[in-house]
Design a protein around this ligand. Structure first.
Ligand code: XMP
Length: 343
């Protein structure tokens, strides 16, 4: 609508004034905030923006290709895709502690990003070298970091953040979404031409499948999990919402599908084997758990009362289509005392 149109025109003007003819780097994760920031900055300064997309090998099925298709194929933005999956999986090999895994993924992420960024700041792709680092910081992030002192002493899960990066790289910080709430960021994304599917996606943790494969992570487990999870999400998106408990769902937007009716849904890989039967044969394969929750703030959450028919379809498809998984379970734990993610 015209209000959003005005907002975009103003924001574009502000970015142009701030940046002038200098070059900007942005770390694109595929998440909503960095994607909307990239689309907005690209609208303002086009090829003066270079996005760096680090694929840590723990993304969802085809996610990397979809990010490239969106930003390069449709928006014609400059994106450097760094396939660092071997490096990440190498460092994660044999590590089973959840916090240790988070630390490794966070640290490697900063390493890989810094290496790419320093190529762009020195002489690399741009003549002058980039002078700005753009980030998709939104208003709640600003509040959260300001209120850091009042945070609980006990860290249940450390969310990696990339603080201090601009200083380390000697770059100025560009944060065009700093004043916006999440809902506004989403509306802006749609107005900038990003697909609604993408802009209204469930949250996905920075460490990705690294915390959805319990214990030690490897490529075999990640590949199995990606395929199982894609089936679960596809069925949630394809199943019309039929009513039922809706704690915490967005009341302003009645859900059309079960995907929209839940706040977050995903599959967890359990590295245990159980016995099954298929045809004339016995199988001895891995187990996955489906997780779907409804929440308004992610601090507490109820497990979602998905229809049995939906669970039945998903489990049938996973077991038939993903050789290597022969058992599917549904997580009926609320938060607290369980957390949303299993690690
Ligand atoms: P929990 O599992 O603590 O999750 O109930 C609450 C929300 O936070 C997300 N989450 C993370 N996000 N890095 C992230 O960026 C992380 O390490 C991480 N761990 C949990 C989780 O997906 C849920 O939305």
């Amino acid at each position: 609508d015209w209000i959003m149109g005005d907002y975009i025109a103003e924001a574009v003007q502000r970015i142009r004034e701030q940046v002038g003819d200098e070059e900007v780097i942005l770390g694109l994760s595929g998440g909503v905030d960095s994607s909307v920031a990239a689309a907005l900055i690209h609208r303002a300064i086009g090829d003066q923006l270079t996005c760096v997309f680090v694929d840590h090998g723990l993304l969802r099925l085809n996610e990397g290709d979809m990010v490239m298709e969106m930003f390069v194929g449709k928006l014609h933005a400059k994106v450097i895709r760094v396939d660092a999956s071997e490096q990440f999986l190498g460092h994660l090999a044999g590590v089973s502690d959840p916090e240790a895994k988070r630390k490794i993924i966070g640290r490697e992420f900063v390493e890989v990003f810094k290496a790419e960024a320093s190529k762009l700041t020195a002489s690399g792709a741009s003549k002058a070298g980039a002078k700005w680092l753009a980030q998709g910081t939104i208003y709640p992030d600003v509040i959260e970091s300001g209120g850091a002192k009042s945070k609980k002493a006990v860290t249940i899960k450390s969310h990696h953040n990339v603080g201090g990066l601009p200083e380390q790289l000697g770059l100025k910080l560009l944060e065009p979404l700093r004043e916006l709430f999440k809902d506004e960021v989403r509306e802006l994304g749609v107005a900038l031409g990003l697909p609604a599917d993408m802009v209204y996606r469930h949250p996905f943790p920075g460490p990705g499948l690294g915390v959805r494969i319990l214990g030690a992570v490897n490529k075999e487990f990640a590949d199995l999990l990606r395929r199982a999870d894609a089936i679960f999400i596809e069925e949630l998106r394809n199943t019309p919402y039929t009513g039922g408990s809706l704690a915490g769902a967005n009341p302003r937007k009645p859900p059309k599908t079960w995907y929209d009716a839940v706040s977050q849904a995903f599959t967890v890989f359990l590295p245990v084997k159980s016995v099954g039967v298929m045809g004339d044969g016995r199988t001895y394969d891995y187990v996955v758990a489906l997780r779907a929750v409804q929440t308004s703030d992610f601090m507490t959450a109820d497990w979602a009362e998905l229809p049995y028919s939906l669970l039945k379809t998903v489990s049938g498809r996973i077991i038939n289509e993903v050789r290597g998984i022969n058992r599917v379970t549904y997580d009926v734990s609320s938060k607290p005392p369980a957390t949303i993610e299993w690690e």
